[in-house]
Design a protein around this ligand. Structure first.
Ligand code: SF4
Length: 459
């Protein structure tokens, strides 16, 4: 992004606000896209057909602008560490190394290695930690969502709200995906779980549960990413959901609003969302979109257009749920730049920043609760209160807690203890559910030496 106007220099402020102009980076700077037209770029079909799925396809786009060692590093990560398969829409690839000018073989290698979006969308082996690549308490379904399935793919964790995983795919795969157990294609390291019930029966079972469970009022319609469900089928599901009297809030989860905004700009998609939003409004139901943007570089004019199109279609709000990732955005200036780009540039509401969950091979992305608390402190006061993202820790068997809500904290061993004020759907008969302390673990490499020694002895 380029700076449009600079606020007067206010002496001594740790962060200086500057209004920015969103920019769509020039995709023709990459050899493989030299002849790609603006019409191609705007086409969702073209974007889907040209997603990068392996190092060979990446080389076809970048050619020798990136050194061979990068492709080797990428391939090794896929073979030995990756929990998600590679799937990168051109829109997202184009935001990487966008400030660097290509000037010959290898000239973009450093920019690619250091790029924040690359670091979570195209992880390479050398990014990962070698001392503790995984925390000893990491697990595939780290939030135990499957344990709380009321119907296949329908997680009932909180008293009044559910998560409906309509499908297990997305138009893009993020290296840190918390649903790595289920979402995407299997990798050499992870055999993905498969839904066993037929898609139509699965969705029907979800609706049946919601019809017969009046205490649920709020449904996060997710996946995967709802952008991968044909709009006619998504519209059909949402229309039937809106017929259930107890449902008052519907949130559509789609990272593709940023990763492939072209999808949400298609005429049939806009028309389908408009019909659903009109019905929602007539019934007094709030329909919102929740997207997932982790860095200001991802917020381009096309992303702003897609957000605007959804609000014009009648969606009440577009909100962002980013993930706090070391090497990507775990820095107060980066988080504020992201929040202002979303808010000023695209009218997307900064909402949550989740701490990266305890999945395997994610330690290089995770930060300690103490660092998350410090980041929350540092971003306070610059944004309007309603648009100041809350940094939350999704504590296994508890749910989202603001990072300052912990009950106890052993900073030497990096163990935080949390309580909760409701039972999950599997704890109706658990007398200790509301008094027990639930544990969450900081990355071991962030601990003092004595704490690291303790884990070496006890892991
Ligand atoms: S878009 Fe969401 S569900 Fe899909 S891979 Fe990324 S984090 Fe996972």
């Amino acid at each position: 992004m380029s700076v449009e106007t600079i606020a007067p220099d206010v002496a001594g402020q740790p962060y200086r606000y500057a209004r920015v102009q969103l920019v769509e980076p020039d995709w023709t700077r990459f050899p493989g896209w030299r002849d790609v037209t603006a019409a191609d770029w705007a086409s969702a079909q073209w974007q889907r057909a040209h997603c990068v799925k392996n190092p060979h396809q990446l080389r076809e786009v970048l050619g020798d602008l990136v050194a061979e060692s990068f492709y080797v590093d990428l391939a090794r990560d896929h073979a030995e560490r990756a929990t998600m398969s590679m799937l990168l829409p051109p829109q997202m690839l184009n935001t990487m190394a966008s400030g660097a000018r290509p000037h010959g073989p290898g000239s973009l290698t450093e920019a690619f290695l250091g790029d924040p979006v690359r670091r979570y969308m195209l992880p390479v082996f050398s990014d990962r930690r070698t001392d503790w690549p995984s925390h000893p308490h990491s697990s595939r379904d780290s939030l135990h969502e499957h344990d709380m399935w009321a119907a296949e793919g329908l997680t009932h964790r909180y008293p009044t709200k559910v998560l409906a995983e309509l499908l297990p795919t997305c138009p893009q795969y993020c290296g840190h995906c918390t649903r790595m157990d289920l979402v995407g294609n299997s990798t050499p390291q992870v055999d993905k779980l498969k839904f066993t019930v037929k898609p139509t029966d699965r969705l029907e079972a979800m609706l049946t549960y919601l019809r017969t469970t009046p205490q649920v009022r709020d449904v996060v319609v997710s996946g995967g990413d709802v952008a991968n469900m044909p709009i006619a089928r998504l519209e059909d599901f949402l229309t039937r959901l809106l017929e259930i009297e107890n449902i008052r809030d519907i949130r559509l989860a789609t990272k593709a609003l940023m990763g492939m905004p072209q999808h949400w700009l298609q005429d049939d998609v806009r028309a389908g969302i408009e019909r659903v939003a009109t019905t929602a409004r007539s019934r007094g139901v709030s329909l919102a979109i929740h997207t997932h943007v982790n860095h200001a570089n991802s917020v381009t004019p096309l992303v702003a257009d897609a957000a605007r199109a959804m609000m014009d279609a009648g969606v009440r709000d577009v909100r962002n749920q980013g993930v706090l990732l070391d090497g990507v955005n775990a820095d107060p200036h980066v988080l504020l730049d992201l929040s202002f780009a979303l808010l000023d540039g695209a009218q997307i509401m900064p909402y949550y920043l989740y701490m990266c969950d305890m999945i395997p091979n994610a330690e290089h992305w995770r930060v300690s609760v103490a660092r998350a608390q410090q980041l929350q402190h540092e971003i306070m006061g610059y944004l309007p209160g309603f648009a100041t993202p809350r940094i939350v820790c999704d504590v296994p068997f508890v749910g989202k807690r603001w990072v300052h809500q912990l009950a106890q904290y052993d900073t030497e061993r990096g163990i935080s203890y949390w309580t909760k004020n409701y039972r999950t759907s599997i704890e109706a008969a658990d007398n200790e559910a509301l008094t027990r302390l639930y544990e969450y673990y900081d990355p071991i490499h962030s601990l003092p030496r004595s704490g690291q020694d303790w884990w070496r002895q006890h892991a």
